[in-house]
Design a protein around this ligand. Structure first.
Ligand SMILES: [Fe+2]
Length: 283
């Protein structure tokens, strides 16, 4: 283990470098149960306060480089209307988006977040919590561990993620709002379940769950199959989050359209690797 890890993660509470210890085994068991049941699990105070400050600083130092996307968008992260579909199709529901990313390729070499993402201990711990192996760090150079920024009135509408597993590390909470909501297992490979998705878009709250996330908490989330959103941020304090992601396919990256819309640019890798996905889902 690299010694720097113990300055970032609370290894006393969460010894992720000793996966065979009973302490971490019990935590993994609890996480796996929650992930199986709700597609989401939270580990409180995972990141040490000092590391959290460093993450906050490294984001604020480059805050002028954050790409804000504010196109209206459907749950499949597309902004083009397909008029061949019925008016009721969830692909034809477009929602306001006002949300930004500091892309991963802008992180400095010695970045705290980048370092954490590159540690095998974190990857192995997440893999154990999910009960899925192998998982890989995401090959997308812009999106793999981006900082997410939501300013006053910022909003992230209902959507699915293009990667299977994301971590969220809350860095700064807004004064009010900015609450994460999700609908576990609303779709699965080969089954979009459009009718149920449409119900949620229309305001049905039956499937909706809310998650409380405090600064320093780590959330593990299966966002490809759970429809999710972040409610509007109220007050002057922006919401800062880091979103390191893991995938089942080490080769795949975002589509060029997705990358342009959400991260503001397309790199050659997005064009070279633009192929249909094997899980047969719409995005
Ligand atoms: Fe998401």
């Amino acid at each position: 283990m690299n010694d720097r890890l113990k300055t970032i993660v609370d290894l006393t509470k969460y010894p992720i470098h000793q996966l065979s210890s009973n302490k971490i085994k019990n935590i993994i068991k609890k996480c796996k149960k929650e992930l199986d049941q709700y597609s989401c699990s939270t580990i409180p105070n995972f990141i040490l306060p000092k590391a959290l400050n460093i993450m906050n600083d490294e984001l604020e130092k480059q805050i002028n480089k954050v790409f804000m996307s504010n196109k209206s968008i459907n749950p499949y992260l597309n902004s083009k209307d397909d008029q061949s579909l019925s008016k009721n199709h969830p692909k034809r529901t477009f929602m306001e988006r006002d949300n930004g990313y500091l892309n991963s390729d802008l992180f400095e070499k010695n970045s705290e977040m980048k370092f954490l993402y590159e540690q095998e201990e974190l990857l192995n711990f997440v893999s154990a919590c999910l009960g899925v192996a192998p998982i890989y760090r995401w090959a997308d150079p812009l999106a793999c561990h981006a900082y997410n920024v939501m300013k006053t009135n910022g909003i992230l509408p209902w959507h699915f993620d293009s990667c299977e597993f994301t971590l969220s590390i809350m860095i700064q909470k807004p004064d009010k709002g900015g609450i994460f909501e999700y609908c576990p297992f609303i779709r699965e490979p080969g089954n979009e379940n459009y009718d149920e998705v449409k119900k949620v878009l229309d305001g049905d709250r039956t499937r909706v769950r809310q998650l409380k996330l405090e600064p320093g908490d780590l959330q593990i989330f299966k966002g490809r199959f759970a429809l999710h959103r972040v409610t509007r941020v109220e007050g002057n304090r922006p919401r800062y989050l880091c979103i390191p992601a893991y995938v089942l396919d080490p080769w795949r990256v975002n589509t060029p359209e997705h990358s342009k819309a959400i991260y503001g640019k397309i790199l050659p890798i997005h064009i070279e690797r633009n192929q249909a996905r094997s899980d047969g889902l719409a995005d």
